[in-house]
Design a protein around this ligand. Sequence first.
Ligand code: HEM
Length: 186
Amino acid sequence: MYGMVNSAIMDLIVTNHGEETWLRVKSKAGVEDEIFISNESYPDELTYRLVGAASEVLDQPAGDILKLFGRWWVLDTALKNYGHLMKNGGRTLGEFLINLPNFHTRVVMMFPALKPPTFECTEVRETDLRLHYHSHRRGLSAFMIGLLEGLGEMYEVSVSIKHEEKVDEGADHDVFHVAWSEVKTA
Ligand code: HEM
């Protein structure tokens, strides 16, 4: 994955737990890089090692770390660095999710080696829909849930997310039922 992902994990840990904890995570993960270059590709395995090491050092399940990271990605990384892209994603959470299948197409223009997930929305209604998530990678559904929670916060609506179909349990892809409380324009 692009270095910006590892950088964001570093920022999350340094901001919430301090530099020293980050150094422990990095050393447990066997990562020697002092910094990560945003637009350079790193092996996916390095990112997974960082999440695994953070889970051990912070004594929290890896799924919880990935969920926190998803919220952080939306509310910190994406809004601060790519605010224009995020704001153009839609006026409401519903619009943003309907536009999500095209979202990474714009990201690919900046990061041509991106291997993004793909999305599809079905059963779209006023305050709920089904979001289909197809990924080349395994084990990132908790990250997806954190991203959706972060988007709810960004649009100031309360979101309920039900993970209805799981690749880990033999499904073809992951399906989330996403419902939000009220529609506000951002
Ligand atoms: C400006 C905002 C965003 C940028 C710059 C961005 C960029 C990226 C990058 C660099 C990766 C790593 C993949 C790679 O390097 O090959 C990634 C992965 C991913 N992105 Fe985005 N993204 C953004 C917003 C979003 C949003 C809003 C969602 C969904 C709500 C999302 C869902 C994901 C997921 C689930 C992955 C994990 C990879 C996978 O499943 O294969 N991203 N994105």
